[in-house]
Design a protein around this ligand. Sequence first.
Ligand SMILES: NC(=O)C1=CN([C@@H]2O[C@H](COP(=O)(O)OP(=O)(O)OC[C@H]3O[C@@H](n4cnc5c(N)ncnc54)[C@H](OP(=O)(O)O)[C@@H]3O)[C@@H](O)[C@H]2O)[C@@H](O)CC1
Ligand SMILES: Nc1ncnc2c1ncn2[C@@H]1O[C@H](COP(=O)(O)OP(=O)(O)O)[C@@H](O)[C@H]1O
Ligand SMILES: [Mg+2]
Length: 276
Amino acid sequence: METLTEQILRDTIRIRPDKSHKGTYGRVCLVGGNAQFGGAIMMATEAAVYSGAGLNTTLTDPVNFVSLHSRLPEAMVADFHDTEQLEQLVKAATTVVVGPGLGTDADSLTALETVFKTVTPAQILIIDGSAITLVADKSLTLPKARLVFTPHEMEWQRLSGIPISNQHNDENEKVRAELNGIVVLKSHHTRIYTAKGTYLNPTGTPAQATGGMGDTLAGMVGGFTAQFTDLENAVLAAVYTHSAIADELAESQYVVLPTQIMHQLPRFMHEHQALK
Ligand SMILES: NC(=O)C1=CN([C@@H]2O[C@H](COP(=O)(O)OP(=O)(O)OC[C@H]3O[C@@H](n4cnc5c(N)ncnc54)[C@H](OP(=O)(O)O)[C@@H]3O)[C@@H](O)[C@H]2O)[C@@H](O)CC1
Ligand SMILES: Nc1ncnc2c1ncn2[C@@H]1O[C@H](COP(=O)(O)OP(=O)(O)O)[C@@H](O)[C@H]1O
Ligand SMILES: [Mg+2]
């Protein structure tokens, strides 16, 4: 297992070319946020926007439209119950993030099944939170796409069948290969399983242990993978960045809020962009 270093940032975060426009930096489509968990998709969306993704559209329950827009006018919004619109927006995306605050009721399942039916092999699909739980509970067939799973240990137990106490590298890698994607297994020492290797994230702090922290990471993974061409590196750099910013803030804070992390992203990414 390789321990990540700051080098992953320089290998991934490119200097923006002058000759570019918003389309150069990818389209992220985020699906989640039921009436109870609107905050989750708002945090994921805000994290994608602050990561620098060029265009961001959020499909959520309409009760979240006003709160999302009043925080974040940069994002577009649509109703995740509107299957036709969901299909259109998924088709247009570089990266789709599904699951933060999605919930597990019949409407949530319909939205997830629509996403799975619509994504194509060239697209990146980040599967987080409730979407992981639904895949496990309903034994859903995974779509052919460039898949990234971001489970915490209990979600990984549900998806992989491996009890938390047995989540060792060999067992985890075996299931990752069957899933045919990347697995970000989140914990106080997050490990990332890819076809190229297994990585340990050395950054992170217990100051991060608060609701919405993973929703924020899912949005960042969405934003990074939409912009930066190497999928594995984009995922690794997002994980490293998320907790490295938390470490900075934890030097003077007892708890670090997800929204504080995302607001540091433009500054942190500027400081760590490639110099080559
Ligand atoms: N503001 C919002 O809108 C928010 C909305 N959210 C949304 O809620 C939805 C449900 O997601 P969820 O993660 O809250 O619930 P669930 O999947 O049942 O997992 C919790 C269970 O797993 C266990 N557990 C064991 N190990 C663990 C570990 N390392 N990390 C974490 N948990 C671990 C844990 O054990 P315990 O705490 O009891 O010790 C407990 O039994 C999802 O869509 C999410 O996006 C949240 O993000 C919050 C903010
Ligand atoms: N003690 C800790 N040390 C380091 N990172 C932590 C710690 N506790 C939680 N985290 C990080 O916070 C995030 C929690 O994700 P998740 O449980 O999905 O949160 P939520 O669903 O509430 O947004 C993960 O990125 C995890 O690595
Ligand atoms: Mg989560």
